[in-house]
Design a protein around this ligand. Structure first.
Ligand code: UD1
Length: 432
């Protein structure tokens, strides 16, 4: 198994190109189940989660082919044509759902288009229990009949789904996406209140509209969908990844560097910019992206609480904590979205960080420097926070279980090395 080996202490300087958003790409790919015409998606990132979704859609009768030329010949793999040719299947097997929770996003479209869906329950997850009750309650309000059988959700809508006025009891990104796709082909009007407002949801809604759906209220917490009989093919380009953007901004900040992040959008990360600016990091808009710089000033500790969009994203919590470990003074980091999302804390502590967890808050007292250590990645964002800490630490850091990183960060070590980091991928040495 691979590990990432970092020698810390080098300020990052240069340019990093940001890829398409993983969390936008996954629901957009699932939307291909809503039509038998071809959905062409561009600006897809090269990530393990995207490959897992390709396999899942393949199981469900979707032909996936690469398009879009690479500069050196062949296909860049960033453009995919997805065509649901065989619309008989309706089962998302445990083996694939277990690998990636977002597999549950096929539930809404399968039910809407094929009248039946059997999706394995995602099961336990490293960052809390993460149930799917909100998805299921809302689908049943649209007339779906639901049974739980041998670890599978079996949903049926033999006469089709019916429009409903759904008020989500809590904000859920995945439930909003599933219901949006289901409502697009339902009979009559659906209203989704207390909907999530993440940019990835706006992206899905725009793409569905390009496929012939009638969705209003995009960007607000009330979405109104007028169901249509059928959707058609479309060509759509995925938005830039705001979490990858925020992560590299944090990398510039923690190393006292100066990075230009290309192909990204400042307006998706207002809350992150706000936090970084208060911590002493300068962020300015450039023609084709943003510039993030921390010159000679010390970072300042500030308090951060995660919230649904437009609040501070839970997917940036671990990275900001790494930053606060070496800031002046104390900061209180509160996680309000997921339980048990502090698994990076013991690892950061092994690098010399001073962190005390009280329930859903972590008190971080900044230390002058972290020192390198051998570490274990536990989930996607936790692992990248350890890479950030390693970039700033004295000496060598080895991060094990890199497969978590590969689910969500494309060529992370290449992108960082190109900006002056001493970082490489190596085979982990077997334990003696
Ligand atoms: C998505 C993102 C993930 C991000 C999260 C919150 C994707 C592929 N993943 O995950 O990276 O961290 O949004 O921004 O886009 N909940 C329930 N019942 C449900 C659904 C959710 O209790 O039926 C709870 C969850 O356990 C969690 C909270 O609601 O505590 C938010 O979860 P949700 O917004 O649904 O996250 P995901 O869509 O799984």
């Amino acid at each position: 198994m691979d590990q990432i080996v970092i020698k810390g202490g080098r300020p990052l300087r240069g340019e990093i190109t940001i890829g398409g958003a993983k969390n936008a790409a996954l629901p957009l790919m699932a939307a291909s189940l809503l039509t038998d015409e071809t959905l062409t998606l561009a600006n897809l990132p090269h990530l393990v989660d995207i490959t897992t979704m390709v396999h899942l859609l393949g199981e469900l009768g979707v032909d996936v082919s690469m398009a879009g030329d690479a500069p050196n010949g062949g296909h860049a793999g960033r453009v995919l044509n997805l065509t649901a040719r065989d619309e008989q299947g309706f089962t998302a097997p445990y083996d694939l759902v277990r690998k990636m929770r977002a597999s549950v996003l096929v539930l809404g479209p399968l039910l809407a288009r094929r009248g039946e869906a059997k999706v394995s329950l995602p099961g336990g997850c490293a960052i809390g229990t993460r149930p799917v009750d909100i998805h299921l309650d809302a689908l049943s309000q649209m007339g779906a009949e639901l049974d739980l059988e041998a670890g599978y959700i079996h949903a049926r809508a033999p006469k089709g789904l019916k429009g409903a006025h759904v008020v989500f009891p809590a904000v859920s990104v995945g439930a909003t996406e599933n219901l949006l796709m289901a409502a697009a082909l339902a009979e009559g009007e659906t209203q989704l209140a207390n909907a999530a407002r993440e940019p990835e949801i706006g992206d899905l809604a725009q793409c569905l509209n390009a496929m012939g759906a009638k969705i209003e209220g995009i960007g607000t917490d009330v979405l109104r969908i007028q169901g249509v009989d059928r959707l058609h093919g479309a060509t759509y380009s995925v938005i830039p990844d705001r979490i990858e953007t925020g992560t590299y901004a944090a990398a510039a900040a923690i190393t006292g560097g100066d990075l230009v992040l290309k192909n990204t959008r400042l307006d998706f990360i207002d809350s992150v910019i706000d936090v970084l600016a208060k911590a002493g990091v300068s962020i300015t808009e450039e023609e084709d992206g943003i510039r993030v710089k921390r010159a000679n000033n010390q970072l300042t500790g500030i308090d951060v609480s995660t919230e649904p969009y437009p609040g501070f994203p839970t997917d940036m919590q671990a990275q900001i904590m790494a930053l606060m470990c070496v800031a002046d003074g104390a900061s209180l980091i509160t996680e309000t979205i997921f339980e048990n999302r502090f698994m990076h804390v013991p690892e950061l502590s092994r690098m010399g960080a001073d962190i005390t967890v009280h329930g859903s808050s972590a008190m971080v007292r900044g230390v002058p420097r972290l020192h390198g250590a051998e570490l274990m990645a536990t989930d996607l964002r936790a692992s990248v926070s350890l890479v950030l800490a390693g970039l700033a630490a004295e000496g060598e850091t080895r991060v094990n279980r890199v497969y978590h990183l590969d689910r969500g960060y494309e060529r992370v070590e290449e992108k960082l090395a190109a900006c002056g980091a001493s970082i490489r991928r190596a085979e982990a040495q077997p334990a003696a």
